[in-house]
Design a binder for this molecule. Structure first.
Ligand SMILES: NC(=O)c1ccc[n+]([C@@H]2O[C@H](COP(=O)([O-])OP(=O)(O)OC[C@H]3O[C@@H](n4cnc5c(N)ncnc54)[C@H](O)[C@@H]3O)[C@@H](O)[C@H]2O)c1
Length: 249
């Protein structure tokens, strides 16, 4: 599956999935612009002439504009965008969630996706082509108790992606949402209750909830992102792809 000469902007590139997505896209021949509020983990890709990292808080409108401007200056046409930035929620009863915390989760998981898609649309409409992959969560389809704010933010990502798919279809811009199952990154342990043994929770609660019997790896997610960005997925838009080992069933 080749992405030769395609340029893809990856938000959350410094995270567990983001890093694997960057690697998979580079391997498929794409130019990749990896942006994150912290790009330290991307140092292994530095020096690659088809890779550029940008450290930015993507909740800042101007920063998002700058990311796309730099990507376009460096590589020309922007063909794809992957929104893989996000924040977890510790399993918490609703009465203990402050309004600030609610807003923080909605902002990082949903508003940032909106800002990235809004900017992407400007560039992609000019080309009458493009593909956007928004990372949601299987918890939208199968919620867990105590994750009400996170689940709401990811449900918003799903609805938003479908609405945008319809809006951008006349411009031949595809928008899809990928719902990962429990994936072995730093974030996974952050869903556990305060004081819980994170390794134990990962192996029991999360792994045991996956019918195929394994936690997802970031590479599992990256392969499906690569597919959705490729020409092989050109007639897929407004879709929800669960990459979850059967967790959503
Ligand atoms: N790990 C899982 O089990 C799991 C399951 C379902 C969905 N997801 C979703 O997958 C995506 C990737 O998760 P991950 O497991 O790689 O998590 P991660 O914590 O490893 O990565 C998230 C990245 O988002 C970045 N980020 C946060 N706020 C930012 C901001 N304001 N500006 C720029 N970057 C910012 C962080 O710096 C981090 O690098 C997230 O949207 C997450 O909600 C994860």
């Amino acid at each position: 599956m080749s992405l030769n000469d395609k340029t893809v902007v990856v938000a959350g590139a410094g995270g567990g999935m983001g890093n694997a997505i960057v690697g998979a896209l580079l391997e498929a021949g794409a130019n990749v612009v990896g942006c994150d509020i912290n790009v330290d983990s991307l140092s292994n890709y530095k020096g690659n002439r088809t890779f550029m990292d940008i450290e930015a808080n993507l909740l800042d409108e101007q920063a998002v504009r700058t990311v796309f401007q730099k990507a376009s200056d460096q590589f020309g046409v922007i063909n794809g965008v992957v929104n893989a930035a996000g924040i977890a929620q510790r399993s918490t009863p609703i009465e203990d969630i402050s309004l600030d915390h609610w807003h923080k989760i909605m902002d990082i998981n949903m508003t940032m996706t909106f800002l990235m898609c809004r900017e992407a649309a400007k560039y992609m409409k000019q080309e009458q082509a493009g593909s956007i992959v928004n990372i949601g969560s299987v918890s939208t389809t199968r919620p867990r108790p105590g994750l009400q704010s996170y689940v709401a933010s990811k449900g918003a990502v799903e609805s938003f992606s479908k609405a945008l798919a319809l809006e951008l279809a006349p411009f031949k811009i595809n928008v899809n949402v990928l719902h990962p199952g429990p994936c072995d990154t730093n974030m996974l342990g952050q869903f556990a209750q305060e004081g819980a043994n994170v390794d134990e929770v990962k192996q029991t609660v999360f792994k045991d909830s996956v019918p195929l019997g394994e936690l997802l790896t970031p590479e599992d997610i990256a392969k499906s992102v690569k597919f959705l960005l490729s020409g092989d997925a050109s007639m897929i838009t407004g879709s929800v792809l669960h990459v979850d080992g059967g967790r959503s069933v």
